[in-house]
Structures are given as structure tokens and as C-alpha cells.
Design a binder for this molecule. Sequence first.
Ligand code: FE
Length: 336
Amino acid sequence: MNPLHSVLLVAALLCVGTASAEQEVNVYSYRQPFLIRPLFDAFTKETGIKVNVVFAEEGLVERLKREGANSPADLIFTVDIGRLSDAVEADLVQPVQSPVLTANIPAQFRDPGNLWFGLTTRARIFAVSKERVAPGEATSYEALAEPQWKGRICTRSGKHVYSVALTAAMIAHHGEAEAEKWLTGLKNNLARRPQGNDRAQVKAVKEGQCDLALINSYYVGNMMADKEQAEWVAAVNIVFPNQDSTGTHVNISGMAMTRSAPNPENAKKLMEFLSGDLAQQIYAEQNYEYPVNPQVPWSGLLKSWGEFKVDSLPLAQIAQYRTAAIKLADKVGYDD
Ligand code: FE
């Protein structure tokens, strides 16, 4: 090799060295950028690791499948145990062994095999008409199947992931036969065919179409912050169901490391960062959710709703009954 070639070779190696020294981690997110960007900026500030985000409303799991081993994604962020389970079932994620994650995240809210981890929790609560539902009248998910609620309940589709998780929890608690009776009773008590999202159910209560809506807790905060929807949510009281029995059903938003992650060390660092104090507080407050880390204080709004008993069923167990829950929704014709 002549001297000039040596110089060029060294220069080339230096270039490669520089390129790989730029630390980064790539995230595919179903969560909206405004929720996660502040956290990623804080992470970059602390570690120097750049976070690249691809956001999409849907199709990220399919995209991961398509890209296979060549995918640039290290982490996937999504809501609901249902969507995390979809990624697991498609064999797109890998376990992450981390004492930090297992210390910060209660066992109930992470996969026993460390394939996914919860970041925030959200409660499935009742929004009840201030005018037409007396205090103490709405008590439990089970009671929604009783005759007193005939024609008074609004919910979204029985096959939406939020509904499926609640039905799956009912199967886990009471068995499939009891859960079928319950879902049939609930269906028969609906004021209208399931339609719209959670917020639309609150609107229907405000407009007098029904007296009780099943919604995720963070929508209360979201609606209060929206000029038009603030009027809808002002018409309801919120109730945390099953306080005298199994506790309120909660779900998670969460994260998983992709099987093909090109930057697994950086990805693990980001996961650990997000389970810690600073990030947990910011993340939960952005969307009026509960921090999954029990050491982290709640925002003022959540505190104003009060502490409540949480259903202790592990999310992994609820996930096992998802398929049965979807079949049940079909069987009872919930959406018909
Ligand atoms: Fe939602």
C-alpha cells in the first residue's frame, strides 16, 4: 500500500468511527409527538443520545413486520395491553433484563418475561350524569347488567381494545359463562348502538341520550382542556367502580424493544430513563394519566379525584383472555 492509500484508509476509518460515535435510538410511536417529545429531549440532554421518532396513528406493527431484520426501530410505544400483545404475538419484540425497570414498574404492569413494560396507567371509569344519577347509584361494572340501568348506558364498540380489556378482566374474575351473562346484560341496557369514541359517550350523557358512559380516566382531563368538550364533561361526575370489591380496572400505555433493535443498549437506557422520576412525572401529566412508578407523585387534577382501589389482576393475565373477550362481543352481538 502506498502512503497516499494509507492516509485515505485511515481517513475512511475515522469517518466510520465518527458516524458510529453518534449515539441514537429509534422509536416507532403510536403515542402523539407532543406527549413524548419533551421526554426525549430531556433524555438527550442527560445522555447525549439522540432520539428519532416515527409517529403514526396506525400500521406501525405492520411496518415492523415488513421491515423485518432491517428495521431501524429499536422501541415501540403504544397504548393498551391489546396493542402490546399484538406486537408480542407477531414475534416483533425481545425481552429486556433490567433491575431498574423491574424496580420502577410494578409486576402487575409489565410482562413476566420482560417483553413489554407499562409507562402510565389509566382507569376505566364511569362518567355519570350529574342530574340523573344519584351519588352512590353507580357502583360496579357488574351492576351495569342490572335492570335499573335499562336504556341508560352508552359505550363505544365492544371490540375496541379498551372494551376488550375490560371484558377480558371480567372473564378472568368470573369465568366465561358469567362474563357472557354480564356482557349480554350490559348490551341490553345500552341506550343506543355502540358508536364513537370515549369522548362521544360523555357528549351523549350531556345531551341526555344516556346517563352513564364508560370512559378512560384521562379523557376527563383532556375534555376539560378543550373549549367545546369542557361543557360535555361539566355535565358528569366521575365514579371509580368496584371500590367495595375487585377494584377499578386499569390499563397501560407501554413500550417494548424490537427484536431487531440496532441500538439495544441505547434503547434500554431510554426505557430506564422513562421509568424514572422526572420522565414519569412529565409523561403522566401530559395526558392526565397515572405514573406507573408508585414513587412518583400524581398531578393536582388526579389528586383531586382521590385515591382508589386498583384491580390487582396482572395485565398479562388480562391479555390471555383477549381473544375470548372479542369472541364474546361477537356472540352477544354487542355492536349490533
Ligand atoms: Fe385513548
